[in-house]
Design a protein around this ligand. Sequence first.
Ligand code: ADP
Ligand code: MG
Length: 250
Amino acid sequence: MLKIKDLTVIADNKIILNKLNLDIDTGKICAIMGPNGVGKSTICKVLLKDPNYTIKNGTITYNDKVINDYSTEERAKLGMFLLSQMPIAIEGVQNSEMLRMALASKTGKAVDILSFHKEIKEICQKLDIPTEFIHRDINAGMSGGERKKNELMHLWMLKPEFIILDEIDSGLDVDAFKIVMNSLKEYYKKYNPTILIITHNTKVFKYLKPDVINILDTGKIVKSGTLELANIIDEEGFEAFKVSECATHE
Ligand code: ADP
Ligand code: MG
């Protein structure tokens, strides 16, 4: 589904990702963990073609197509979706407007307003957000937790095949975290998308069990393994995976 090969990424004249390799099979859950500042969010941004990041070398292949030159919009149309760490507000564009346009562009058909409203209302209820959010400007005037739920409303409506979760727990209180994670779990059960989880909180794995966990350190994956790695991280922290000390965990 997704193949990242020898990816070197630069921002502001600095190498942030350094010959990164990553493979994710269709329908699998892959996690990337690592301390602050090692390049986790950069992976998310470069996957969606944030213009602040330049690919110096390497390829991103999505469903057998090299997408290095694809625009963000084209990538979204292919089914890629990012739930970002800090979703930005877009003043002047209502949720419903954006979703109707995106759905029409994806399916090539006009959206049936009645079924659209029925579906989106049910989603708001499940996510415990007011149905008036449907007509609010995207994330405008919303708290961090509300923004995450609002983006999750987009996810349920757009039904992406490949989901990137960047620090999904940040900005969420205990109750909102449960609602968001149960909703993602339900989505995974129903549609079996491919998921890339970026997190340093292993609690996320109680809801979405990764098939593989990768540890990132300064732009490179230094260790890959199963859920067992999460236990080591909980007990010993990321220090256990510093490049020079990796051999002890082989
Ligand atoms: P993480 O998500 O793992 O905490 P980031 O991917 O946000 O890390 O950042 C990795 C490193 O790259 C940090 O040192 C950060 O300051 C730097 N960085 C990220 N984006 C930019 C940018 N647009 N311009 C300059 N430096 C950046
Ligand atoms: Mg980050």
